[in-house]
Write a protein that binds this ligand. Structure first.
Ligand SMILES: [Zn+2]
Ligand SMILES: [Zn+2]
Length: 158
């Protein structure tokens, strides 16, 4: 059995991927990758920039530029709705989560369910001849924090 790679190993792997695509190995790049691996879920640009690993040493606009570059080379992808808020997440081979997004506060979480459309995805690939087919399944709702407190019980009619 192989043991799970450490955070450092994962970051090193990702840095190698970046280097192979011609990206410079900068402090900001390393820190962004580290935070994305650490969080393990999609994250908005602004909250990423507020993470302690990044807040002191990297300015938000360079973080954004790096995210866009990471998206171009396929290591990161964007999820969420463009007109509201979108999130960046690592695009790792063999790793896949569905997401749920709160319509009130815009937070996003992984949903731990077996992907219901894995088979369908393969079928779509076969039928269309497309390679590297993937899908995004997003659920929307109101998160527990944003739900109003339950209404006070009313006096029972007799
Ligand atoms: Zn919410
Ligand atoms: Zn899925």
């Amino acid at each position: 059995m192989s043991k799970a790679p450490t955070l450092e190993e994962q970051v090193e792997w990702a840095l190698e991927v970046c280097r192979g695509k011609g990206m410079r190995r900068t402090h900001a790049l390393r820190q962004i990758l580290r935070v994305l691996f650490k969080l393990g879920r999609p994250v908005g640009w602004a909250s990423l920039a507020r993470e302690p690993e990044l807040a002191d040493s990297c300015d938000p606009s360079s973080i954004f530029r790096i995210l866009v570059k990471l998206e171009e080379i396929g290591l990161v992808r964007r999820v969420g709705s463009p007109e509201r808020s979108y999130y960046f997440m690592l695009n790792l081979p063999g790793e896949h989560h569905e997401h749920i997004i709160c319509r009130e506060c815009g937070k996003i979480e992984n949903v731990d369910i077996d992907c219901p459309v894995g088979k369908l995805e393969q079928k779509v690939g076969r039928q269309t001849g497309y390679g590297q087919v993937y899908h995004e399944l997003e659920f929307f709702g109101i998160c527990p924090d944003c739900q109003l407190p339950p209404a006070r019980p009313r006096a029972k009619a007799r």
